[in-house]
Design a protein around this ligand. Structure first.
Ligand code: F6P
Length: 548
C-alpha cells in the first residue's frame, strides 16, 4: 500500500498541539521537575542496553498524548507496516524501502514484486563472509603473493559515509588491515591516500549503487591507472572488487564476476551500510562483528515495529524533533556523542536525515506550508564543549540536542571515563537548569569585587536554562549497540517523513548541480558557450583565466 497523503497541519491533533504550545512555550522545565517528582522516570525508556531519558524536553504528558493522536490521524501504524512489508513507499522512484530486510533473520520472508528477497541477501552475506575471511587470513593475496595490509573504499555519499563512520566507530574491534576512504573528486584526496599505500598489498573496493557517479568513477580510474604503473592488466582482478546494482557497468570497468558484490534498488544509498556496501566494515572488524552490527539493527527494527508508540524510542524521538521544528521553530538539532569513536556520526546523519527529509512537496504533489527536514550538526563531547557549546548555553537560538554516551569505556581507563561521563551528565543539567542572576550575584560576591562591578557583570553570567536535551545512555559501544543506534535514527527519519507527508527516500535535489557541473566541465574543455547568469559566467572565466 502506498503511503497516504495527509497534511499534518489539517489534523485535529495539530490544531490542539498549536493551542497546547501557546500554553507551555514559556514554562521553564525546572518548574515541571519541581511539581512532579516522577517526571524523570516517566519520560525515560529503558530498553535492552539503552536508557533514553527525554525528560529534559519542553513537553508534558499532554504533549505526548497529542502527538499520539497525531500519529493516529496520519496513520503512522499502517505506514510502519507498509515500510517493513516491502510496499513501494518510495513512490517517486517506484521502489520498496527495505534496508530492514538486510538485517532480518534468514527465516524471514520479505517479498518484492512477488520474490522473497531474503535468500539473495543471505547468499551475498555468505559471499561477504568468505571473502572477508580469505582477505584477513591471507588465503587471498595481492598479485605478488603478499598478504593484504590495506583496504581502500572508493565511494561517495551513502557509499562512503556509512562505512567510514562505522569503521571508525568500531576501530577498537579492528584487525591488522588499515582502511582508507577516497570519496571527493578533489584529486588531492585520492593522491594523499595513494601516498600511504603499496599497490602490492592493497585491496580496492569500489562502491557505487549506480556505478555512474562521477566522483567514484574518476577516483576508481585514477587508482586503476596508478596501480597499472607497477602491475599487469590481468592482476586487476586480484586487487579490485565492486559493490553495485549495475553489474553491466562494473563488468565494463573490468571487474570479474566473482569480485562483484550485488546490492538492490530497494536499498537506498544512505541506508545501505547493512548491505555489501558494508564490505569494508566487514573487512576491518571481521564478519562476526559485521553480523553483530546487523543483529543490533534488527533488534531495533523489532522494537520499532512492535513497541507501543508511547514507549517506542524512534517514535518519541521523532515527535520531539517535530515539536521543536514545527512549533518552537527550531531550525537545527545537535548530535553530541560522548565518545571520540563516533567522530563521524553527525556527518553520517547529515546525509541520512537531510537527504531524506529536506523536501518541499507533499505526497499529493502540493507544496508544504510548514517546515520539514531539520539541519543536523554536531561533534563529540568534550571537544564540542570548547567549540560551540557557548551558543547552546547562552545564544539566542533554541537547539535541541541528543547527548549519546556509553557507560563503559572500551580501554577501561576509569579516570578518563569518570571525567567524560561527569561532563556528559553535567552539560544536560546545565542546559536544563541554567544559572539565575541571584546565583550569579552570590558567586561573584565571594570574589570581593565592588558592588557596581558585580551588577555590571551579572547579566553576562546568567544562563537561562530551559534548553532541551535527550540523553541516550548505552552500556557499551559494541557492534551490536552501534547497529541499534543507527537503526534508531533511520526509523526516526521514517516517522518524521510520514508525519511531514513527504517522500523521504528519493533525492532529486542532488541532481541539478550534477547536471550543471557536467555542462560547465564541457565548457572548460571546449569553446562551446552555454548561457549562464553573469556571476556564473564570471566564475567560469576566472577559472579559465579569461577576461571579456
Ligand atoms: O548524493 C546523491 C547520491 O545519489 C546519494 O544518495 C548516494 O548515496 C550517492 O549519491 C552515491 O551514489 P552511488 O552509490 O550510486 O555512487
Amino acid at each position: 500500500m502506498a503511503l497516504k497523503s495527509i497534511d499534518p497541519t489539517k489534523t485535529k491533533a495539530w490544531k490542539k498541539l498549536e493551542e497546547h504550545f501557546k500554553e507551555i512555550k514559556n514554562v521553564h522545565m525546572t518548574q515541571w521537575f519541581k511539581n512532579d517528582t516522577n517526571r524523570a522516570n516517566r519520560f525515560t525508556i529503558k530498553w535492552d542496553d539503552f536508557f533514553v531519558d527525554y525528560s529534559k524536553n519542553r513537553i508534558t504528558n499532554s504533549t505526548v498524548d497529542l502527538f499520539l493522536e497525531l500519529a493516529n490521524e496520519v496513520e503512522l501504524k499502517n505506514a510502519i507496516s507498509s515500510y517493513f512489508s516491502g510496499d513501494k513507499i518510495n513512490q517517486t522512484e517506484n521502489r520498496a524501502v527495505l534496508h530492514t530486510a538486510l538485517r532480518a533473520p534468514e527465516s524471514a520472508q520479505v517479498f518484492v514484486d512477488g520474490e522473497n528477497i531474503i535468500p539473495k541477501i543471505y547468499e551475498t552475506n555468505k559471499k561477504i563472509e568468505t571473502f572477508t575471511n580469505h582477505i584477513i587470513n591471507g588465503a587471498l593475496t595481492g598479485h605478488t603473493g603478499k598478504p593484504f595490509t590495506d583496504v581502500v573504499n572508493i565511494g561517495i555519499g551513502g557509499s562512503d559515509l556509512g562505512p567510514a563512520m562505522v569503521v571508525e566507530a568500531l576501530s577498537f574491534y579492528k584487525n591488522h588491515l588499515t582502511t582508507h576512504f577516497v570519496s571527493n573528486v578533489d584529486g588531492d584526496h585520492v593522491n594523499e591516500v595513494l601516498k600511504k599505500i603499496s599497490p602490492e598489498t592493497t585491496l580496492f573496493v569500489i562502491v557505487s549503487k549506480t556505478f555512474t557517479t562521477q566522483e567514484t568513477l574518476s577516483n576508481a580510474n585514477t587508482i586503476r591507472q596508478w596501480f597499472l604503473q607497477s602491475a599487469q592488466e590481468h592482476t586487476v582482478a586480484k586487487h579490485f572488487v565492486a559493490v553495485s546494482t549495475n553489474i553491466k557497468k562494473v563488468k565494463e570497468f573490468g571487474i570479474v564476476n566473482e569480485n562483484i558484490f550485488p546490492m538492490w534498488d530497494w536499498v537506498g544509498g544512505r541506508f545501505s551500510l547493512w548491505s555489501a556496501v558494508g564490505l569494508s566494515i566487514s573487512l576491518s572488524v571481521g564478519y562476526n562483528n559485521f553480523k553483530a552490527l546487523l543483529e543490533g539493527a534488527h533488534k531495533m527494527d523489532e522494537h520499532f515495529k512492535n513497541e507501543p508508540l508511547q514507549t517506542n524510542i524512534p517514535v518519541i524521538s521523532a515527535f520531539l524533533s517535530i515539536w521543536y521544528n514545527n512549533f518552537f521553530k527550531s531550525e537545527s538539532e545537535a548530535i553530541i556523542p560522548y565518545t571520540q569513536y563516533l567522530n563521524q556520526f553527525a556527518t553520517y546523519l547529515q546525509q541520512a536525515i537531510m537527504e531524506s527529509n529536506g523536501k518541499t512537496i507533499m505526497r499529493n504533489g502540493d507544496k508544504v506550508n510548514y517546515q520539514t527536514g531539520n539541519i543536523i550538526w554536531g561533534e563529540p563531547g568534550t571537544n564540542s564543549q570548547h567549540a560551540f557549546f557557548q551558543l547552546l548555553h547562552q545564544g539566542t537560538k533554541l537547539i535541541p540536542a541528543d547527548f549519546i554516551g556509553f557507560k563503559k569505556s572500551l580501554h577501561g581507563n576509569i579516570d578518563h571515563q569518570d571525567k567524560l561521563m561527569s561532563n556528559f551528565i553535567a552539560q544536560t543539567e546545565a542546559l536544563l537548569n541554567g544559572k539565575s542572576s541571584e546565583e550569579v550575584a552570590k558567586e561573584i560576591q565571594r570574589s570581593n569585587l565592588p558592588k557596581e562591578t558585580i551588577n555590571q557583570l551579572t547579566p553576562f553570567k546568567v544562563f537561562e536554562g530551559n534548553k532541551p536535551t535527550t540523553t541516550i545512555f548505552i552500556d557499551k559501544l559494541t557492534p551490536e549497540s552501534l547497529g541499534k543506534l543507527i537503526a534508531m535514527y533511520e526509523h526516526k527519519i521514517f516517522v518524521q517523513g510520514v508525519v511531514w507527508n513527504i517522500y523521504s527516500y528519493d533525492q532529486f535535489g542532488v541532481e541539478l548541480g550534477k547536471q550543471l557541473a557536467g555542462n560547465i566541465l564541457e565548457e572548460f574543455n571546449s569553446s562551446s558557450i552555454i548561457t549562464h547568469d553573469a556571476s556564473t559566467k564570471n566564475l567560469i572565466n576566472h577559472y579559465k583565466n579569461l577576461t571579456e
